[in-house]
Design a protein around this ligand. Structure first.
Ligand code: 5CA
Ligand code: ZN
Length: 498
């Protein structure tokens, strides 16, 4: 009863995702949005724990072939301005430091919007010979972007607190392209471990990262039918190497430009976990990133009511024992010994997304059992106390797999594949595509021209994500006619995007 009453005020996720998302960030104590600067927020301790587990997975993947570094936040204006394409893309988004105290600085300093122009001038001195290649580094830092679109916690920030940027340099273009493939595999593994499904595309020429030859974004589908870009991989080729003059000496002693890649992920990855798995009772965390994977709740009469000796001590002992066994087995477990009623405890840990709850009461003890309650599907099972550790492991794996499958199903159910046939009238066709794009991703035929792309974006109120690559390589090779100009075209994905 208590449980219901406390729960009532939550907005339903499917009715109003945006409001639900704001409520969850607050109630599950992920992010405090009361900081008095637009687009800048505060991590709560619990949210920061989730964040650290998520980034721990990313680090483990990166550490296999990259080395971590830390570059300065401030970038001198002349360096930032060197790469023409790059600065064209970023100049409206840069925050500037122009004064030291009351003195104007000789050279204004930019707060990094991303760190190419901080890192590459140093690559010039780090890279001398072919023996220094490949060079693969990454850092996890805050970056600043003066976003003018509607800012949103974890999604569109002016201070991105957790920007993971990797930068690599190679001897040849083939090596750099191979690195792009490796980065795709790395990001796949990362998002798979978060149980977050994605589509991988190649952005159209007219919408790639400023300074890149091509860009490969990962997009996921949010519950309101809009896509969110959760990571991007760029082949930079020689463009920055030529601008900054980054050369190496090859085996024959001749000087050559390096070939580069870079790839980035922000706390949008945390936003995607929250948005995709959460429900009307709060967070649903994948066990891989749950700060508490198992919460143990003793079912005893309230001590306040003065009836603690009603089997209470034996129950508490059993809880401690289970807790010790789980910790021993490397599982993040906790006992809720607070004075609250069980209902209040359920509410709290459901809100925080704890994947599994174990209840132990006097009646369970009589039969040497406890009860498991899964956060994702609320299923209850009786488990012998002697089997708790293996059963917890099995159940957590089950939860991880099930929420991943459910999320993938939702994504794929919301990809609409429009056929190439242009039989219906153009107006009708457009109307149909617009309707489909309200719920998810539409795959259609579009030519390479920026004009057609822009016109389609305007007409449907969507963004072009790009040509579907990697995931669906075999089936998507088909060609058709551009929905705008009818010329030869490839399949691209479009959607309303964050
Ligand atoms: N230098 C390259 C790769 S390191 C770069 O900056 N790429 S990016 O602009 O595409 O950003 C990488 C990722 O950061 C994006 O895929 C997106 O998920 C995220 N991101 C970009 N801008 C913001 C923002 N304002 N708030 C939160 N996340 C952002
Ligand atoms: Zn066209």
């Amino acid at each position: 009863m208590q449980h219901k009453a406390e729960n009532q005020t939550i907005v339903q996720k499917k009715d109003n995702f945006s409001e639900w998302y704001g409520e969850i960030l607050k109630r599950a104590e992920i992010l405090d949005i009361r900081y008095p600067v637009k687009g800048v927020y505060v991590w709560y301790p619990y949210g920061y724990k989730v964040r650290n587990l998520v980034y721990g997975i990313l680090r483990t993947l990166l550490d296999k072939e990259h080395e971590e570094v830390l570059f300065p936040l401030l970038i001198p204006k002349d360096e930032l301005m060197k790469e023409k394409e790059h600065i064209k893309g970023f100049e409206d988004e840069v925050f500037w430091v122009t004064k030291g105290g009351s003195t104007d600085l000789d050279i204004p300093l930019a707060l990094r919007p991303t760190s190419e122009t901080a890192i590459y001038p140093v690559f010039i001195v780090w890279i001398r010979s072919h023996r220094d290649l490949p060079l693969r580094i990454y850092q996890i830092v805050n970056t600043f972007r003066y976003e003018t679109k509607h800012t949103r916690p974890l999604i569109r920030l002016r201070e991105i607190t957790s920007f993971k940027e990797a930068h690599t340099a190679h001897a040849t273009r083939a090596d750099a392209e191979a690195q792009v493939k490796k980065a795709v595999a790395l990001y796949k593994s990362f998002f798979d471990q978060l149980a977050v499904p994605y589509v991988i595309t190649r952005r159209p020429e007219w919408d790639k990262f400023p300074g890149a030859e091509y860009s490969i974004p990962f997009d996921t589908l949010m519950p309101d039918g809009r896509t969110m870009q959760i990571g991007t991989i760029h082949l930079l080729g020689e463009s920055f190497a030529r601008t900054f003059d980054i050369k190496y000496e090859d085996e024959n002693g001749s000087l050559k430009f390096v070939n580069q890649t870079c790839y980035g992920i922000s706390e949008r990855c945390v936003a995607s976990v929250i948005a995709i798995h959460g429900d009307d009772h709060g967070l649903v965390l994948p066990p891989t990133v749950a700060p508490i994977q198992v919460v143990i709740v003793p079912i005893v009469f309230s001590r306040k009511a003065g009836r603690s000796n009603n089997g209470g001590e034996a129950v508490e002992e059993a809880c401690v024992k289970v807790h010790e066994e789980l910790k021993e087995a490397g599982i993040r477990a906790s006992v809720d010994n607070s004075e609250d009623r069980p209902g209040a405890k359920y509410y709290r840990w459901e809100m925080k997304g704890v994947p599994l709850r174990i209840e132990i009461g006097p009646r369970d003890l009589k039969s040497n059992n406890c009860e498991f309650v899964r956060r994702d599907n609320t299923k209850r099972t009786h488990v012998p106390l002697s089997d708790v550790v293996p059963e917890v492991k099995r159940t957590l794996e089950g939860i991880q797999g099930d929420i991943h499958e459910a999320a993938k199903e939702t994504l794929h159910a919301n990809i609409y594949k429009s056929d190439g046939a242009g039989n219906n009238k153009r107006e009708e066709k457009m109307e149909e595509l617009r309707r489909k794009a309200e719920h998810g991703i539409v795959s259609l035929f579009l030519c390479d021209s920026e004009r057609c792309g822009q016109e389609l974006e305007d007409q449907l109120g969507v963004s072009v994500l790009g040509e579907a690559v990697y995931e669906t390589e075999e089936e998507e090779k088909s060609e058709g006619k551009c929905v705008i100009c009818s010329r030869k075209a490839k399949r691209v994905c479009v959607a309303r995007a964050y």
